[in-house]
Design a protein around this ligand. Sequence first.
Ligand SMILES: [Zn+2]
Length: 247
Amino acid sequence: VRLLDNVYLVGGGAYSGLGLTSGGDCNIYLIDGGSELALVDCGLGTSFDTIVGNIKSDGLDPSRIKRLFLTHYHADHAGGAALFHSKLGVGVAISSEAAAALESGDEGATSVAAARSAGIFPTDYKLEPCPVAISLGDGDQHQVGNLTIGFLSTPGHCAGHGSFLLTGGDKPVLFAGDSLFWAGQILLQAIPDCDLQASLASVLKLEGLGFDAFLPGHGAITLSGGHLHVELAAKTIRSLAIPRNLV
Ligand SMILES: [Zn+2]
């Protein structure tokens, strides 16, 4: 589904919004930089063929995907990374804090084991280890063809969480992962590496970015005027209240 001139939604479960792929998948975005394509997050890995089919239906060639930029290591965002790497040769980029856990398939650090026990993932779900091509640090910038994608460290939802700002196209686009959602909501969970204060600081960091399209990891997407959502959350935080939780 084409969202913007250079951004498509190619996956996401019924819980997340459009129901293009398995129920548990996050919103999966494809960036078209002209000479190359890139993905932002990739879902659980249980709908790999469907995602590839969706990309083809949008008139794009999946073999031109060069990189997969991951917001964080939770399996609903990163579980499919190993498949994209092995089947399409995609180079995976994730924050330097999160890289080791993804490379070893650490189901403790990534809370996959906890999420499986809680019934969030199927009982037979396994996080496949995946090599990391690029370890990202705050402020790093990479080219996707004629577009620029910048990495911002936005921890809180979990350790090593990051967001991406895409520039060079029609309008600045924020891929917020699980740091911020529609109506200024955040996402705190009862897992060891979730950090309320870090989450609030990350929201205030996002407020300083001049983005227009707001593309979060779950739920409603805003194609223009999306800065409103971060303004709502920041206003709540400045009144010393905690933004509403998504779950
Ligand atoms: Zn998450």
